[in-house]
Design a protein around this ligand. Structure first.
Ligand code: AGP
Length: 606
């Protein structure tokens, strides 16, 4: 989504720090960028459509290098309210230029507020909801910067991460948040930084803290105070745990491919710390605290790729732990009438830990005092902080939009949770040991598959001719077909549907002809024979079949061969094929794989 970066400190050319920060996060999807810099006397504003390099050029021209600016705010915007124009680019200001601000999130009551302001002769240069906040500040100005901000925060309906400065209050800055993330940090020399994104702070801060909903940070004369819902509070600071930003793709053509290749070692790392394969013991700390819990129902919650991972969790829970389970899309679950008992465990899955839809459900569940578990990649993120128990996926920073390594890392952690709960319940010892044996081989199987991509590349040459695809599945392959279909959509912009093979005859067969290829995930699991019948159904209608299996499939047009393993473990392998199919097709079609259109890495608005 949009990004915020603020600096105040000893640097005399704040614009340099801001531009460096913006360049580091260029891989994110944004349409325009802007910054303001200031000192005790003045505030200067520069905005540009398109790339940060456009902004950088304008800054060179419009800000005199001899002038000194000790603070500044930068913002990257992805258009929501209003088109991609300089006027809609942040920072925004009011009619009297008394307040300047950047804003992430969406002000839900902005339309009504805007009409009220227009009735009072306020004029608007753009269409954003953020500009309304700036004029609201002027409307309610009472001579005290802090009180004025507090007043308007009672009027606007969140979500927001807001940073406000005013030429009337030089040296002051106020930040407030509800819903959208905001992190505050400093280095040893008392340079202060604030950002919507931890990545942005890497290398700048030694200590950081996460602002919570309702927190208000006020900087004045190089001192800061934080209030939480109006009450002064001491924020706990922690060491910045990431020291360097991952900025090199090494010998890989794309960052996405690099992350695909990282998967084997990530899974090794996850198991190294959490599984004693020799003695067949699960070591994760989170499990110790749960020893005495007896969960009767598991609900997985997530969005996109994380939802897909949760869908596999549901099947593992049913099959291995013998516990009824479901997996829910966060943006839908929020509006449901839920009837579960207090022995339900809610498992929140999220790479970023900042996805607004998932956080909303988490808050709702916490209000009911139900048990929550987080499977999260970003340490310190909102979901990791709010859940009762959890496992970090330890996949390293996943920077690129199309999630790959986060997914297999999530699967690894979810399977460990299912094994832990299974061991306490229905899972036979022999099955438990068989799974651990096969799990230990997963990284090598992935490496073997990645070692030779010739066939998938050749196939992608063929697939680029089609506009529509089916991804077909049964049982354990459901999340994998979903995920493969999502990957294809995200980076090739081609249409695909994930469908259960058994449902074809109930409608979708009508679509099958030589123009729609079907990728069918059919390893030799307990439903293999059934999948063979589905393949025949498709072939009988001249459909093209790409089978993903450990056995050459007679009658299919292509078989992508995968290593042999057991039913519960195949998904770790078949998903790699799905990722590679999407990657190579997108590459052959010359798509911008690392920056897919319209998408953001972390979706912090609802
Ligand atoms: C996957 O490639 C996506 N970019 C997207 O679906 C993502 O998984 C989703 O937005 C959830 O994000 P999270 O894991 O950070 O919560």
């Amino acid at each position: 989504m949009c990004g915020i970066f603020w600096y105040q400190g000893k640097e005399t050319h704040a614009q340099n720090i801001l531009l460096n920060g913006l360049k580091r996060l260029e891989y994110r999807w944004y349409d325009s960028a802007g910054l303001l810099v200031g000192n005790q006397k003045e505030i200067k504003l520069v905005k540009a459509i398109g790339k940060v390099s456009n902004l950088s050029e304008k800054v060179q021209k419009e800000i005199n290098a001899e002038e000194q600016f000790s603070f500044g705010i930068a913002h990257t915007r992805r258009a929501t309210h209003g088109g991609i124009t300089e006027n809609n680019t942040h920072p925004h200001y009011d009619n009297k230029q008394q307040f300047y601000l950047v804003h992430n999130g969406i002000i839900e009551n902005y339309h009504k507020l805007k009409q009220e302001l227009i009735a009072k002769w306020y004029e608007f240069y753009g269409q954003t909801d953020s500009e309304v906040i700036a004029n609201l500040l002027t409307e309610h100005r009472n001579g005290n910067f802090l009180e004025t901000v507090e007043k308007i925060l009672q009027i606007i309906k969140w979500a927001y991460a807001l940073l406000i400065v005013s030429p009337l209050a030089p040296g002051e800055m106020i930040a407030a948040k509800i819903g959208s993330p905001l992190l505050f940090g400093h280095d040893k020399d008392n340079n202060f930084f604030l950002s919507s994104d931890k990545q942005w702070l890497i290398g700048y801060v030694d200590q950081l803290t996460y602002l919570e909903d309702g927190d208000l940070l006020h900087i004045k004369n190089n001192e800061y105070t934080v209030t939480s819902k109006g009450i002064p509070t001491q924020k706990p600071f922690e060491e910045m745990d990431i020291k360097e930003i991952e900025s090199s793709k090494g010998n890989y053509k794309h960052f996405m491919l690099k992350e695909i290749f990282e998967q084997a070692n990530i899974i090794r790392r996850i198991f190294k710390w959490r599984v004693d394969f020799q003695n067949k013991i699960l070591n994760a700390e989170a499990f110790h605290g749960m020893q005495n819990e007896n969960f009767e129902h598991i609900v997985f919650i997530g969005c996109g790729t994380s939802y897909n991972a949760g869908s596999l969790g549901k099947l593992w829970m049913e099959n291995l732990a013998g516990i009824p389970a479901s997996c829910e899309i966060a943006s839908e679950y929020e509006y449901r009438n839920i009837n579960v008992n207090s022995k339900t465990l809610y498992v929140f899955i999220s790479q970023s830990g900042e996805t607004a839809d998932s956080i909303e459900v988490l808050k709702m569940i916490k209000e009911k005092w139900w048990h929550t578990f987080g499977i999260v990649n970003v340490v310190g993120s909102t979901i990791s902080r709010l859940t009762d128990y959890g496992l970090f996926t330890r996949a390293g920073a996943e920077i690129w939009v199309a999630s790959t390594k986060a997914f297999t890392a999530q699967l690894s952690c979810i399977l460990l949770l299912a094994l832990f709960l299974g061991k306490k319940r229905a899972l036979p010892k022999a099955k438990y040991e068989q799974i651990l044996r096969e799990l230990a081989k997963v990284p090598t199987m992935i490496e073997d598959l990645l070692a030779d991509q010739t066939q998938i590349r050749e196939l992608a040459q063929e697939l680029k001719k089609y506009n529509n695809f089916f991804f077909l599945w049964r049982h354990y392959q459901f999340p994998i077909a979903n995920e493969s279909s999502l990957k294809l959509k995200e980076i090739t912009y081609l249409h695909s549907e994930s469908y259960p093979s058994g449902e074809l005859k109930h409608g979708p067969l009508a679509l099958i002809d030589e123009k729609i290829p079907s990728v069918i995930f059919c390893p030799q699991d307990f439903l293999f024979e059934k999948n063979l019948s589905s393949i025949q159904e498709i072939k009988a209608r001249n459909g093209k079949v790409i089978a993903v299996s450990d056995k050459e499939i007679e009658g299919s047009d292509y078989t992508i061969k995968i290593p042999k393993t057991i039913d519960d473990i195949y998904p770790f392998i078949t998903v790699i094929v799905g990722q590679l199919l999407a990657y190579h097709t997108a590459d052959i079609l010359w798509k911008n794989i690392d920056k897919p259109r319209n998408l953001a890495k972390s979706v912090t608005v609802k």
